[in-house]
Structure formats: structure tokens, C-alpha cells
Design a protein around this ligand. Sequence first.
Ligand SMILES: *Cc1c(COP(=O)(O)O)cnc(C)c1O
Length: 500
Amino acid sequence: MELFYRSTRNENIMLTASEAVLKGLSGEGGLFVPEYIPALDVPLAKLADMDYQETAYTVMKQFFTDFTEEELLRCIRLAYDEKFDTKDIAPLVKVDGTYYLELFHGPTIAFKDMALSILPHLMTTAAKKHHVTDEIVILTATSGDTGKAALAGFADVKGTRIIVFYPKGGVSEVQRLQMVTQKGENTAVVALHGNFDEAQNGVKEMFEDAKLKEELQKAGFRLSSANSINIGRLVPQIVYYVYAYGCLLKQGEIQEGEAVNVVVPTGNFGNILAAYFAKQMGLPIAKLVCASNENKVLFDFFQTGTYDKNREFILTESPSMDILISSNLERLIYLISERNASKNRELMKELKEKGRYGITPEMKAKLADFAAGYASEEEMRQAIRETYERTGYVMDTHTAVAAAVYHAYREDCGDQTKTIIASTASPYKFAGSVLNAVCPGKYEGRDGAALAEELSRLSGTKIPKAVEEIKNARILHTRECDANEMEETVKEILGLDQEK
Ligand SMILES: *Cc1c(COP(=O)(O)O)cnc(C)c1O
């Protein structure tokens, strides 16, 4: 049966999966949501026998119903290959009785690779399907990890261009270097004088700008998004939760049907929403624990039912979670409003105009699957240090936010359910912060290479290729712009400004 996608802001819009992948965001600013969430169509026991690629096909074929089997298998094959440094793609590691789902074994050593290694292939397949001849221009705002993962995924993919905006000073040194050294004729990287929300808003505004769209179309371009609002990212993220459950069965850690908790370090709400979708598909998940850093807008939302972004934006050592507008939350709002697009539209309008909105008690009652917590910087560091001292396992700062929140959650409510923590970045990506958590002050002033070596010694793991590579790479991107110059900058990059 064909599964269609609806906009969260306009009940009259209905697209196929491939159309939704191509479009990214709906014209009026809505996000695409499948008309219903399909039930997993294999018995749970069978998951134990599937490798990552087979699991990916099993999940994705139920959501991307207008792709052929051959097309999907090809996309999966091209995405989950030797780019990943382990055959498991997403290994599940047991530490101290908790299961860390390591989503950082791809080319940029953070979890965005899980979806961004397949999105370009889904997109070019969809373009072919619809005889699109325009060049697809990927516009992306990044808080650090999306940018590089998208650049790596789209670099030199024929028929595409990619432009990435990152907040200058708002990403780690490794993240910045990874981006500005990106090769590929079709890539552009811009440092924005502003924070992530400004970058994201600027990109959103360009998508909603009909005049810009027309101008671009005339020049043979068509905008699309690689941000986590694209359904082509959300669906591939469901896969690893299903895969992790299969691993637990295979390793004899759980009984078939036994429910497990999932804890997710959250920023834009994409990763945890994918876990929610996995649960809706019938995967036995008990609680979905949403972990925030000091930018705890989501924690407050789950406590009070009011989403309020009017607060100070805090730069933390888990920068990929430094977000005050979690775009993917809109999909959850839409779902808990009984798919009421006009109610959702009204709330999103309030968010845009007043920076806040409140949900109804009926809607709030539908959030019982979620628990939420947040960790201070010190609690995050403590989670890294204590886990290392107890077990020798070293985790990154984002994963540590989740670990800290989970420890507090278990202490608070005594929930002994087996638990998966989504481990979203390699500690090498944030080596300075991680080492400082383990031994405060000891490594101050060391350069990136020295930090990586020290981390390797401490953790007994090999330095990932992604870190080795940036050591001697040339800086290829130096462009900067103000928040109000984003559109101009895009036109300049695409060569539109010369046509007047
Ligand atoms: C993007 C990112 C997150 C947040 O994920 P969302 O899907 O935006 O909630 C957490 N950790 C790392 C390392 C990330 O790159």
C-alpha cells in the first residue's frame, strides 16, 4: 500500500515519499509526516538475524513505498559501506550494565552520518524518478555536525550543489576544520556572524520565499534541505533503533518482546523523534528519555507543556545540542494534536511571533511515553570522568549529557528497565573537552594532534581516520556573512548576481 506524506501546516498537501524527499520542507513551512506509521512487518525474533543493511531495507521499504526494491537496495549499498569503520555500522556496546548505541563510526565520526550518507542517494534517485533536470541546491544550517556530514555526503554527487552555514565561533575546532577543508567542486561553506538559530531561521526563510524560488528556477536551480526536517533523514534514523533491538536479542541480553528504554541527547529533536516512530512501529520501547544540556527548552516543555524559547542562548561543550528551536518537535506537536494541521499552524505562528506556545492538556497527556531531563556542564563532565574511572570507556560530551540525565532519571524513579543510550559522537571529535573532564586542567594548551594521541592512550582506541585527515588538509572555504546577508550570499555562490 502506498504511504503518503502530509504537511504539518496544510491539510490539503499530500505527497509521495520521493516527492517529500525532494522537497524537504513544505512550501508554507510545514514538515512532512507519513499519513500513518506502518507496523513493523517482521517478527521481532527475526531482527536478531539481520545485519544493518537488511534492517535498513526492512524499515525503509515501509516508509518509502514509491521507491522500487532495486532503488532502495542500491541507496543502502552506497550509503552503508566501507565509509564506516566497522561492519556493524552501529555497534551496541555494553558498559556498566547500560547499552551504548555507537552512531559515530561513519566518515565524520558523529551520528549525522547515519542519515546523511544515504540522503544524497535517496534524493538523486527521487530526482531521476520525477525527471527533474534542475540542479538540486542543498541549503543547510548546522550547529556543527550536520554541516560536515552533509558536505561529505553530497560532495561531487552529480546534479547537486551544497551550501552550508555555520555559526562562527559556535562550533568546535575539529568541526570547523572538517568543514572548511571540504573538497568538491559543488560545495560551499559560510561562517555566519550569528548563532545556530539565526542560521536555521535564515535558511527556513529562504525556503519560504516564493520570489527567490522563482529566481532560482529561472537559473535552473531547485532548493532542497539536508536538515533533519527532511523525511529522508528521519526515516533512516529509525533503522538503528530497530537494529539495536535486534542486537540485544542476538546477544541474549533481552527476551523477545521485552521493552527497553532509549535515552537520546537532543537538539533539533530528530534523533529522538525517530525513536518515537520506532516505538509507533511496534518496537518494544518503554520510555523515551529526552536529554538536554543547559539549553533546556525541551525539558521545560515536557514539564510544563509550554515551549518558550525566550531565554538566554548558552554555549556549552555539547554544541550540537545548543538549540532553542527544535524544528522536529513540530512533527510531535502535529501528531499529539491528532494531526490537526490548523492547530499546529496556529502554535507555530505563536512561536514565530511571540517565541512561545502552550499545548492543551489533552495534547500533554499524549506525551506520557517521554521523560525528560537536563545536565549541567559539571554533571556532563562528571559522567565522562566517572564512567572512565569505573570502566575505562570514554564517551563524548553529547553522549555524556544523555548518560548524566539517565543516571539521575534512574536514581529518581528507580526505573530498572534495560536502557540504550544513543551515543552521538566520537570522543575524538571533542577531545579537548573530554580530556578536560577526565583530568581537569592537565591538557590545557595542547594542540589537536596531541589531544588525539592522549585520548587514544587513555581509551585504548585507534585515532579515527577523520581526525588524521584534517591535520594537514588545506583550508578551502573562507567565506563569512551577516545574518541578513544569507540570501545574497547564496545568490553569489550560485552565480545569480551576475545575471542582472
Ligand atoms: C545533531 C546532534 C545531536 C542532536 O540530535 P537531534 O537529532 O538534532 O536532536 C546530538 N549529538 C550530536 C553529536 C549531534 O551531532
